[in-house]
Design a protein around this ligand. Sequence first.
Ligand code: PEP
Ligand code: CO
Length: 454
Amino acid sequence: MGSREWTPDSWQGKSAAQQPIWPDPAELERVQKYLSGVPPLVFAGEARSLTRALALASQGKAFVLQAGDCAESFSDFSADSIRDKLKVILQMAVVLTYSSGVPVVKVGRIAGQFAKPRSLPTEEVDGTTIEAFRGFIVNDEAPTAKARQPDPARMITAYNQSASTLNLLRAFTKGGFADLSQVHTWNQLFVASSKEGRRYESIADEIDRALRFMRACGIDPATEESLHVVDFYTSHEALILPYEESLTRKDSLTDKYYDCSAHMLWCGERTRQPDGAHLEFLSGINNPVGLKIGPTISADELIDLCKILDPDRVPGRLTLISRMGANKIKDKLPELVRATQHHHPEALWVCDPMHGNTFLADNGRKTRHFDDIIAEVDSFFSIHRKLGSWPGGIHVELTGVDVTECLGGTEEILQDHLDLRYETACDPRLNAKQSLDLAFEVASLLRRGLKSSG
Ligand code: PEP
Ligand code: CO
Protein backbone atom coordinates (compact mmCIF):
# COMPACT_ATOMS: atom_id res chain seq x y z
CA MET A 1 0.00 0.00 0.00
CA GLY A 2 1.16 3.57 -0.56
CA SER A 3 3.92 4.73 -2.86
CA ARG A 4 6.94 2.51 -3.30
CA GLU A 5 9.27 4.76 -1.36
CA TRP A 6 7.01 4.80 1.70
CA THR A 7 8.75 4.32 5.03
CA PRO A 8 7.47 5.02 8.56
CA ASP A 9 9.38 8.34 8.45
CA SER A 10 8.67 9.37 4.85
CA TRP A 11 6.02 11.80 6.19
CA GLN A 12 8.95 13.94 7.35
CA GLY A 13 9.53 15.04 3.77
CA LYS A 14 6.06 16.61 3.65
CA SER A 15 4.45 19.47 5.42
CA ALA A 16 2.75 18.38 8.65
CA ALA A 17 -0.16 20.47 9.92
CA GLN A 18 -1.01 20.79 13.63
CA GLN A 19 2.37 19.69 15.00
CA PRO A 20 3.77 21.29 18.15
CA ILE A 21 7.17 22.92 17.95
CA TRP A 22 9.15 20.70 20.29
CA PRO A 23 11.59 22.96 22.14
CA ASP A 24 14.34 20.37 22.48
CA PRO A 25 14.96 18.26 19.33
CA ALA A 26 17.50 16.04 21.13
CA GLU A 27 14.88 15.11 23.72
CA LEU A 28 12.38 14.35 20.95
CA GLU A 29 14.94 12.06 19.34
CA ARG A 30 15.60 10.29 22.64
CA VAL A 31 11.87 9.68 23.16
CA GLN A 32 11.41 8.41 19.61
CA LYS A 33 14.33 6.04 20.03
CA TYR A 34 12.84 4.70 23.25
CA LEU A 35 9.37 4.27 21.75
CA SER A 36 10.78 2.49 18.71
CA GLY A 37 11.97 -0.28 21.02
CA VAL A 38 8.94 -0.77 23.27
CA PRO A 39 6.49 -3.64 22.74
CA PRO A 40 3.63 -2.87 20.34
CA LEU A 41 0.26 -2.08 21.94
CA VAL A 42 -1.69 -4.13 19.41
CA PHE A 43 -0.78 -6.90 17.03
CA ALA A 44 -1.05 -6.77 13.27
CA GLY A 45 -3.38 -9.80 13.26
CA GLU A 46 -5.86 -7.90 15.42
CA ALA A 47 -5.80 -4.95 13.02
CA ARG A 48 -6.53 -7.41 10.21
CA SER A 49 -9.51 -8.83 12.17
CA LEU A 50 -10.85 -5.30 12.48
CA THR A 51 -10.40 -4.78 8.73
CA ARG A 52 -12.49 -7.92 8.16
CA ALA A 53 -15.19 -6.71 10.57
CA LEU A 54 -15.28 -3.31 8.88
CA ALA A 55 -15.45 -5.01 5.49
CA LEU A 56 -18.69 -6.68 6.63
CA ALA A 57 -19.99 -3.27 7.68
CA SER A 58 -19.07 -1.83 4.27
CA GLN A 59 -21.21 -4.58 2.72
CA GLY A 60 -24.22 -3.72 4.88
CA LYS A 61 -23.78 -6.77 7.12
CA ALA A 62 -22.64 -5.00 10.30
CA PHE A 63 -22.86 -1.62 12.01
CA VAL A 64 -19.96 0.27 13.61
CA LEU A 65 -20.11 1.90 17.01
CA GLN A 66 -17.00 4.06 17.45
CA ALA A 67 -17.11 5.91 20.75
CA GLY A 68 -15.16 7.38 23.63
CA ASP A 69 -13.58 10.56 24.90
CA CYS A 70 -12.80 13.56 22.77
CA ALA A 71 -9.45 13.60 24.55
CA GLU A 72 -8.25 11.16 27.16
CA SER A 73 -6.71 12.81 30.17
CA PHE A 74 -3.59 12.06 32.21
CA SER A 75 -5.35 13.32 35.34
CA ASP A 76 -8.73 11.60 34.97
CA PHE A 77 -7.26 8.12 34.63
CA SER A 78 -8.70 5.29 36.70
CA ALA A 79 -10.07 1.78 36.45
CA ASP A 80 -13.54 3.15 37.24
CA SER A 81 -13.59 5.61 34.39
CA ILE A 82 -12.42 2.96 31.89
CA ARG A 83 -15.00 0.49 33.22
CA ASP A 84 -17.83 3.01 33.10
CA LYS A 85 -17.01 4.02 29.52
CA LEU A 86 -16.93 0.37 28.52
CA LYS A 87 -20.26 -0.23 30.28
CA VAL A 88 -22.04 2.45 28.28
CA ILE A 89 -20.50 1.27 25.00
CA LEU A 90 -21.57 -2.32 25.75
CA GLN A 91 -25.06 -1.09 26.62
CA MET A 92 -25.32 0.85 23.37
CA ALA A 93 -24.08 -2.19 21.43
CA VAL A 94 -26.71 -4.42 23.10
CA VAL A 95 -29.48 -1.95 22.27
CA LEU A 96 -28.32 -1.71 18.64
CA THR A 97 -27.82 -5.45 18.15
CA TYR A 98 -30.95 -6.54 19.97
CA SER A 99 -33.21 -4.08 18.21
CA SER A 100 -31.82 -4.47 14.72
CA GLY A 101 -30.37 -7.98 14.59
CA VAL A 102 -27.27 -6.49 12.94
CA PRO A 103 -23.85 -7.31 14.49
CA VAL A 104 -22.11 -4.29 15.99
CA VAL A 105 -18.38 -3.66 15.53
CA LYS A 106 -17.17 -1.99 18.73
CA VAL A 107 -14.31 0.49 18.40
CA GLY A 108 -13.26 2.76 21.28
CA ARG A 109 -11.81 6.24 21.01
CA ILE A 110 -9.62 5.02 23.82
CA ALA A 111 -6.15 3.78 24.83
CA GLY A 112 -4.36 6.42 22.75
CA GLN A 113 -6.79 9.28 22.01
CA PHE A 114 -4.59 11.99 23.52
CA ALA A 115 -3.81 14.50 20.76
CA LYS A 116 -6.00 17.43 19.71
CA PRO A 117 -5.92 19.57 16.59
CA ARG A 118 -6.69 23.22 17.42
CA SER A 119 -8.28 26.01 15.42
CA LEU A 120 -5.69 28.48 16.80
CA PRO A 121 -2.08 27.64 17.78
CA THR A 122 -2.09 30.11 20.68
CA GLU A 123 -4.52 31.70 23.12
CA GLU A 124 -4.62 34.88 25.19
CA VAL A 125 -4.66 34.50 28.97
CA ASP A 126 -4.66 37.66 31.08
CA GLY A 127 -3.04 39.65 28.32
CA THR A 128 -0.26 37.14 27.52
CA THR A 129 -0.15 34.81 24.57
CA ILE A 130 0.43 31.16 25.43
CA GLU A 131 0.43 28.02 23.31
CA ALA A 132 -2.89 26.25 22.88
CA PHE A 133 -3.53 22.99 24.73
CA ARG A 134 -2.86 20.21 22.21
CA GLY A 135 -3.83 17.22 24.31
CA PHE A 136 -1.98 15.50 27.14
CA ILE A 137 0.43 13.78 24.77
CA VAL A 138 1.88 17.24 23.98
CA ASN A 139 1.34 19.66 26.88
CA ASP A 140 -0.78 20.31 29.98
CA GLU A 141 -4.18 21.98 30.01
CA ALA A 142 -3.35 24.51 32.79
CA PRO A 143 -3.41 28.03 31.30
CA THR A 144 0.21 28.99 31.95
CA ALA A 145 3.10 29.37 29.53
CA LYS A 146 5.09 26.72 31.38
CA ALA A 147 2.31 24.10 31.39
CA ARG A 148 1.69 24.66 27.71
CA GLN A 149 5.26 24.03 26.66
CA PRO A 150 5.36 20.87 24.51
CA ASP A 151 7.24 18.06 26.25
CA PRO A 152 8.19 14.92 24.25
CA ALA A 153 8.39 12.83 27.44
CA ARG A 154 4.59 13.03 27.50
CA MET A 155 4.57 10.60 24.58
CA ILE A 156 6.05 7.97 26.89
CA THR A 157 3.35 8.67 29.49
CA ALA A 158 0.73 8.40 26.73
CA TYR A 159 2.18 5.05 25.65
CA ASN A 160 2.19 3.76 29.24
CA GLN A 161 -1.34 4.96 29.93
CA SER A 162 -2.52 3.38 26.67
CA ALA A 163 -0.87 0.09 27.67
CA SER A 164 -2.62 0.00 31.07
CA THR A 165 -5.94 1.05 29.57
CA LEU A 166 -5.71 -1.63 26.92
CA ASN A 167 -4.71 -4.20 29.51
CA LEU A 168 -7.84 -3.48 31.53
CA LEU A 169 -10.05 -3.41 28.43
CA ARG A 170 -8.72 -6.80 27.40
CA ALA A 171 -9.36 -8.16 30.91
CA PHE A 172 -12.90 -6.76 30.97
CA THR A 173 -13.88 -7.88 27.48
CA LYS A 174 -12.34 -11.35 27.62
CA GLY A 175 -12.49 -12.14 31.33
CA GLY A 176 -16.21 -12.32 32.14
CA PHE A 177 -17.29 -8.69 32.57
CA ALA A 178 -18.63 -8.50 29.01
CA ASP A 179 -20.45 -11.85 29.33
CA LEU A 180 -24.02 -11.48 28.09
CA SER A 181 -25.25 -12.84 31.43
CA GLN A 182 -23.88 -9.59 32.94
CA VAL A 183 -26.14 -7.42 30.78
CA HIS A 184 -27.94 -6.02 33.88
CA THR A 185 -24.75 -5.03 35.66
CA TRP A 186 -23.73 -2.66 32.85
CA ASN A 187 -26.73 -0.50 33.77
CA GLN A 188 -25.25 1.84 36.38
CA LEU A 189 -27.51 2.91 39.24
CA PHE A 190 -27.90 6.52 38.13
CA VAL A 191 -28.84 5.32 34.63
CA ALA A 192 -31.18 2.54 35.75
CA SER A 193 -33.54 5.04 37.40
CA SER A 194 -34.00 7.06 34.19
CA LYS A 195 -36.44 6.50 31.34
CA GLU A 196 -33.73 5.16 29.00
CA GLY A 197 -32.30 3.05 31.85
CA ARG A 198 -35.69 1.37 32.33
CA ARG A 199 -36.03 0.82 28.61
CA TYR A 200 -32.60 -0.81 28.66
CA GLU A 201 -33.64 -3.03 31.62
CA SER A 202 -36.53 -4.43 29.63
CA ILE A 203 -34.17 -5.42 26.79
CA ALA A 204 -31.82 -6.96 29.37
CA ASP A 205 -34.79 -8.94 30.78
CA GLU A 206 -35.62 -10.21 27.31
CA ILE A 207 -32.00 -11.29 26.79
CA ASP A 208 -32.15 -13.20 30.09
CA ARG A 209 -35.34 -14.87 28.91
CA ALA A 210 -33.74 -15.78 25.58
CA LEU A 211 -30.76 -17.34 27.39
CA ARG A 212 -33.14 -19.36 29.61
CA PHE A 213 -35.08 -20.42 26.52
CA MET A 214 -31.86 -21.65 24.87
CA ARG A 215 -31.02 -23.67 27.99
CA ALA A 216 -34.53 -25.15 28.07
CA CYS A 217 -34.11 -26.22 24.45
CA GLY A 218 -30.96 -28.11 25.39
CA ILE A 219 -28.49 -25.53 24.00
CA ASP A 220 -25.84 -24.76 26.58
CA PRO A 221 -25.00 -21.03 26.40
CA ALA A 222 -21.89 -21.76 28.51
CA THR A 223 -20.25 -23.45 25.52
CA GLU A 224 -20.95 -20.61 23.10
CA GLU A 225 -17.86 -18.40 23.29
CA SER A 226 -19.38 -15.42 21.53
CA LEU A 227 -21.84 -14.99 24.43
CA HIS A 228 -18.99 -14.55 26.90
CA VAL A 229 -16.36 -12.44 25.22
CA VAL A 230 -16.48 -9.29 23.15
CA ASP A 231 -14.13 -8.07 20.44
CA PHE A 232 -13.33 -4.51 21.35
CA TYR A 233 -10.94 -2.48 19.21
CA THR A 234 -9.04 0.74 19.89
CA SER A 235 -8.66 3.82 17.72
CA HIS A 236 -7.42 7.41 17.82
CA GLU A 237 -6.57 10.31 15.56
CA ALA A 238 -3.07 9.81 14.13
CA LEU A 239 -2.08 13.41 14.79
CA ILE A 240 1.34 13.49 16.44
CA LEU A 241 3.40 11.83 13.77
CA PRO A 242 6.67 11.22 15.68
CA TYR A 243 4.62 9.10 18.12
CA GLU A 244 2.84 7.14 15.38
CA GLU A 245 6.06 6.64 13.44
CA SER A 246 7.85 5.29 16.52
CA LEU A 247 5.13 2.71 17.17
CA THR A 248 5.07 1.47 13.59
CA ARG A 249 6.40 -2.06 13.17
CA LYS A 250 6.89 -4.45 10.29
CA ASP A 251 4.68 -7.50 10.77
CA SER A 252 6.77 -10.64 10.54
CA LEU A 253 3.92 -12.70 9.06
CA THR A 254 3.11 -10.43 6.15
CA ASP A 255 6.20 -8.22 5.93
CA LYS A 256 3.88 -5.20 5.96
CA TYR A 257 3.93 -2.13 8.18
CA TYR A 258 1.32 -1.61 10.90
CA ASP A 259 1.00 1.31 13.30
CA CYS A 260 0.82 -0.70 16.51
CA SER A 261 -0.37 2.23 18.67
CA ALA A 262 -4.02 1.23 17.96
CA HIS A 263 -6.08 -1.08 15.79
CA MET A 264 -7.51 1.77 13.73
CA LEU A 265 -6.14 5.27 13.10
CA TRP A 266 -7.94 8.18 11.56
CA CYS A 267 -7.02 11.42 9.85
CA GLY A 268 -8.69 14.53 11.24
CA GLU A 269 -10.59 17.16 9.29
CA ARG A 270 -7.74 19.66 9.76
CA THR A 271 -4.91 17.40 8.61
CA ARG A 272 -6.29 15.82 5.45
CA GLN A 273 -4.22 17.84 2.93
CA PRO A 274 -3.69 15.43 -0.03
CA ASP A 275 0.04 16.28 -0.27
CA GLY A 276 0.51 16.56 3.50
CA ALA A 277 2.41 14.45 6.01
CA HIS A 278 -0.65 12.83 7.63
CA LEU A 279 -1.95 11.39 4.38
CA GLU A 280 1.56 10.21 3.54
CA PHE A 281 1.89 8.42 6.88
CA LEU A 282 -1.58 6.84 6.83
CA SER A 283 -1.22 5.71 3.21
CA GLY A 284 1.58 3.32 4.12
CA ILE A 285 0.35 1.61 7.26
CA ASN A 286 -1.83 -1.45 6.79
CA ASN A 287 -4.27 -0.87 9.67
CA PRO A 288 -7.83 0.08 8.83
CA VAL A 289 -7.90 3.88 8.55
CA GLY A 290 -10.57 6.53 8.94
CA LEU A 291 -10.93 9.90 7.28
CA LYS A 292 -12.94 12.73 8.83
CA ILE A 293 -14.86 14.72 6.27
CA GLY A 294 -16.37 18.13 6.89
CA PRO A 295 -18.63 20.26 4.73
CA THR A 296 -15.86 22.01 2.79
CA ILE A 297 -14.71 18.93 0.86
CA SER A 298 -15.66 18.46 -2.79
CA ALA A 299 -16.51 15.11 -4.37
CA ASP A 300 -13.31 15.22 -6.46
CA GLU A 301 -11.16 15.91 -3.41
CA LEU A 302 -12.82 13.06 -1.58
CA ILE A 303 -12.18 10.59 -4.37
CA ASP A 304 -8.52 11.72 -4.55
CA LEU A 305 -8.15 11.06 -0.83
CA CYS A 306 -9.81 7.65 -1.18
CA LYS A 307 -7.27 6.76 -3.86
CA ILE A 308 -4.35 7.88 -1.69
CA LEU A 309 -5.53 6.00 1.38
CA ASP A 310 -6.92 2.91 -0.32
CA PRO A 311 -5.38 2.52 -3.78
CA ASP A 312 -6.05 -1.23 -3.83
CA ARG A 313 -9.68 -0.74 -2.77
CA VAL A 314 -9.54 -3.25 0.06
CA PRO A 315 -12.95 -3.67 1.76
CA GLY A 316 -12.68 -2.57 5.40
CA ARG A 317 -9.52 -0.54 4.83
CA LEU A 318 -11.20 2.88 4.56
CA THR A 319 -13.91 4.37 6.76
CA LEU A 320 -15.26 7.78 5.80
CA ILE A 321 -16.43 9.63 8.90
CA SER A 322 -18.85 12.34 7.86
CA ARG A 323 -19.08 15.32 10.27
CA MET A 324 -21.10 17.91 8.42
CA GLY A 325 -23.37 19.43 11.05
CA ALA A 326 -27.15 19.03 11.14
CA ASN A 327 -27.62 22.14 8.94
CA LYS A 328 -25.24 21.17 6.19
CA ILE A 329 -25.49 17.42 5.85
CA LYS A 330 -28.49 17.46 3.51
CA ASP A 331 -26.71 19.76 1.05
CA LYS A 332 -23.30 18.15 1.19
CA LEU A 333 -23.51 14.44 1.84
CA PRO A 334 -25.59 13.18 -1.12
CA GLU A 335 -23.05 14.18 -3.79
CA LEU A 336 -20.22 12.66 -1.75
CA VAL A 337 -22.04 9.36 -1.27
CA ARG A 338 -22.89 9.25 -4.97
CA ALA A 339 -19.22 9.85 -5.81
CA THR A 340 -18.06 6.96 -3.65
CA GLN A 341 -20.81 4.69 -4.98
CA HIS A 342 -19.41 5.36 -8.41
CA HIS A 343 -15.64 5.53 -7.80
CA HIS A 344 -14.92 3.88 -4.47
CA PRO A 345 -17.82 1.64 -3.42
CA GLU A 346 -15.63 -0.24 -0.91
CA ALA A 347 -15.58 2.78 1.41
CA LEU A 348 -17.60 2.46 4.61
CA TRP A 349 -19.65 5.49 5.68
CA VAL A 350 -19.95 6.38 9.35
CA CYS A 351 -21.67 9.42 10.87
CA ASP A 352 -19.94 11.65 13.44
CA PRO A 353 -22.85 13.84 14.57
CA MET A 354 -20.71 15.66 17.15
CA HIS A 355 -18.05 17.80 15.48
CA GLY A 356 -20.25 19.72 13.06
CA ASN A 357 -22.65 20.71 15.83
CA THR A 358 -20.40 22.42 18.37
CA PHE A 359 -21.18 25.97 19.50
CA LEU A 360 -20.39 28.26 22.42
CA ALA A 361 -23.07 28.54 25.10
CA ASP A 362 -23.84 31.94 26.66
CA ASN A 363 -21.34 31.24 29.45
CA GLY A 364 -18.57 30.50 26.93
CA ARG A 365 -18.69 26.71 27.38
CA LYS A 366 -18.30 24.63 24.20
CA THR A 367 -21.44 22.54 23.86
CA ARG A 368 -23.68 20.57 21.51
CA HIS A 369 -27.42 20.04 21.53
CA PHE A 370 -28.74 16.49 21.70
CA ASP A 371 -31.45 17.41 19.15
CA ASP A 372 -28.83 18.49 16.58
CA ILE A 373 -26.97 15.22 17.12
CA ILE A 374 -30.15 13.24 16.51
CA ALA A 375 -31.05 15.42 13.52
CA GLU A 376 -27.68 14.80 11.86
CA VAL A 377 -27.88 11.04 12.41
CA ASP A 378 -31.43 11.06 11.09
CA SER A 379 -30.38 12.86 7.88
CA PHE A 380 -27.38 10.55 7.52
CA PHE A 381 -29.69 7.53 7.54
CA SER A 382 -32.25 9.00 5.20
CA ILE A 383 -29.63 10.16 2.65
CA HIS A 384 -28.02 6.72 2.57
CA ARG A 385 -31.37 4.95 2.33
CA LYS A 386 -32.48 7.15 -0.53
CA LEU A 387 -29.29 6.47 -2.47
CA GLY A 388 -29.29 2.74 -1.76
CA SER A 389 -26.14 3.04 0.35
CA TRP A 390 -25.56 1.49 3.80
CA PRO A 391 -25.41 3.90 6.77
CA GLY A 392 -22.55 1.95 8.30
CA GLY A 393 -22.15 3.33 11.79
CA ILE A 394 -21.85 6.19 14.25
CA HIS A 395 -18.81 7.90 15.75
CA VAL A 396 -19.52 9.70 19.03
CA GLU A 397 -17.87 11.38 21.99
CA LEU A 398 -19.21 10.09 25.28
CA THR A 399 -18.37 9.25 28.84
CA GLY A 400 -19.75 6.72 31.30
CA VAL A 401 -20.66 9.27 33.95
CA ASP A 402 -23.30 11.88 34.62
CA VAL A 403 -21.60 14.97 33.15
CA THR A 404 -23.47 18.05 31.92
CA GLU A 405 -21.58 18.92 28.76
CA CYS A 406 -24.13 18.44 25.94
CA LEU A 407 -27.52 20.16 26.12
CA GLY A 408 -30.93 18.46 25.93
CA GLY A 409 -31.76 14.77 26.19
CA THR A 410 -34.67 13.37 28.15
CA GLU A 411 -33.38 15.04 31.32
CA GLU A 412 -33.21 18.33 29.43
CA ILE A 413 -29.79 19.71 30.32
CA LEU A 414 -30.03 23.49 29.96
CA GLN A 415 -27.32 26.13 29.44
CA ASP A 416 -27.51 26.96 33.18
CA HIS A 417 -26.63 23.35 34.01
CA LEU A 418 -23.40 23.20 31.99
CA ASP A 419 -21.23 24.38 34.88
CA LEU A 420 -22.57 21.69 37.24
CA ARG A 421 -20.40 18.93 35.86
CA TYR A 422 -18.33 20.03 32.89
CA GLU A 423 -15.24 17.83 33.00
CA THR A 424 -14.07 17.16 29.47
CA ALA A 425 -10.44 17.73 28.51
CA CYS A 426 -11.64 19.04 25.14
CA ASP A 427 -15.02 18.71 23.38
CA PRO A 428 -18.36 18.18 25.17
CA ARG A 429 -19.37 14.52 25.53
CA LEU A 430 -22.72 12.78 25.79
CA ASN A 431 -23.31 11.49 29.32
CA ALA A 432 -24.30 7.86 29.92
CA LYS A 433 -28.05 8.53 29.68
CA GLN A 434 -27.81 10.67 26.55
CA SER A 435 -25.60 7.97 24.98
CA LEU A 436 -28.18 5.29 25.69
CA ASP A 437 -30.92 7.51 24.39
CA LEU A 438 -28.95 8.01 21.16
CA ALA A 439 -28.51 4.23 20.85
CA PHE A 440 -32.31 3.76 21.04
CA GLU A 441 -32.81 6.38 18.32
CA VAL A 442 -30.20 4.83 16.06
CA ALA A 443 -31.61 1.34 16.69
CA SER A 444 -35.01 2.49 15.58
CA LEU A 445 -33.56 4.10 12.42
CA LEU A 446 -31.69 0.88 11.67
CA ARG A 447 -34.79 -1.24 12.22
CA ARG A 448 -36.94 0.98 10.05
CA GLY A 449 -34.42 0.80 7.20
CA LEU A 450 -34.12 -2.96 7.44
CA LYS A 451 -37.89 -3.33 7.28
CA SER A 452 -38.23 -1.09 4.24
CA SER A 453 -35.41 -2.89 2.42
CA GLY A 454 -37.25 -6.18 3.05
C1 PEP B 1 -12.18 14.78 17.01
O1 PEP B 1 -12.61 13.72 16.54
O2 PEP B 1 -12.06 14.99 18.24
C2 PEP B 1 -11.87 15.89 16.07
C3 PEP B 1 -11.05 16.87 16.37
O3 PEP B 1 -12.57 15.76 14.93
P1 PEP B 1 -12.49 16.51 13.53
O4 PEP B 1 -11.13 16.22 12.96
O5 PEP B 1 -13.60 15.85 12.77
O6 PEP B 1 -12.74 17.96 13.80
CO1 CO C 1 -13.66 16.07 19.61
